[in-house]
Design a binder for this molecule. Structure first.
Ligand code: G3P
Length: 217
């Protein structure tokens, strides 16, 4: 399973990149706004900076919701850097645009996916990635990981090439369960990635080893 970081924060992207396990980045308008980025030039510059840090897919989301606006924005975003993947919402015009981008050789990430039916449409349109939002499903007292399992099963049965990118990850257990479910990619906040490191027996075991190592010196 590939690890993407789900943030537009440069320091966090650099920290994850330094770990040596980062395969890509996802952003969305909320994450970009959180960094105080305003205006097209600043937005494009920020995406370029991210692409120069991480050598992997970097999802940049369109802001338009009509076919024409999604197409023109997506083409501009894709021209920023070869790492850019155009992130398109799961709406009717979005599906049409994904089909057209695919024909043009532009990679896409179909976002705001909450059902298996939506994931089938994204795959039929040729999306490079499909992004089911598992944390937001959990928020409604459903099991988001079950949706990942269902989509993985369908894609395997049908031979779809679209990669299942588990999004809206909230904790390390989400990452573990998505890996078990066969997700191709997990896009996570830095805190969830670092949470994978933690185990009290690792900490106490290391303390003991360090103490015993002292005795040998
Ligand atoms: O990038 C989309 C997704 O990961 C959003 O996560 O935590 O806002 O539901 P969240």
């Amino acid at each position: 399973m590939k690890f993407f970081i789900d943030t537009a924060n440069i320091d966090q992207i650099k920290e994850a990149q330094d770990l040596g396990i980062l395969d890509g980045v996802t952003t969305n308008p909320s994450l970009m706004a959180k960094e105080g980025i305003k205006g097209k030039d600043a937005i494009f510059k920020h995406y370029y900076t991210i692409c120069e840090i991480v050598d992997g897919p970097v999802s940049a989301e369109v802001l338009g919701t009509t076919y024409d606006s999604i197409m023109s924005e997506g083409e501009e975003l894709a021209a920023i850097h070869s790492n850019i993947v155009v992130k398109v919402p799961m709406i009717k015009d979005g599906i049409k645009a994904i089909k057209a981008f695919t024909a043009m050789g532009i990679r896409t990430n179909c976002t705001l996916v909450f059902s298996a039916g939506q994931a089938i449409l994204a795959a039929k349109a040729g999306a490079t990635f499909v992004s089911p939002f598992i944390g937001r499903i959990d928020d409604g007292s459903w099991d988001g990981v079950q949706l990942i399992e269902q989509i993985v099963d369908i894609y395997n049965a049908q031979g779809y090439l679209t990669e299942v990118l588990a999004a809206s990850i909230r904790n390390p257990l989400h990452i573990v369960r998505c890996a078990q479910a066969g997700a191709d990619v997990c896009t996570c906040p830095l805190s969830s990635i670092l949470g994978l490191l933690k185990h009290p027996l690792t900490d106490s075991g290391l303390q003991q080893f360090l103490k015993d190592a002292q005795a040998m010196q």
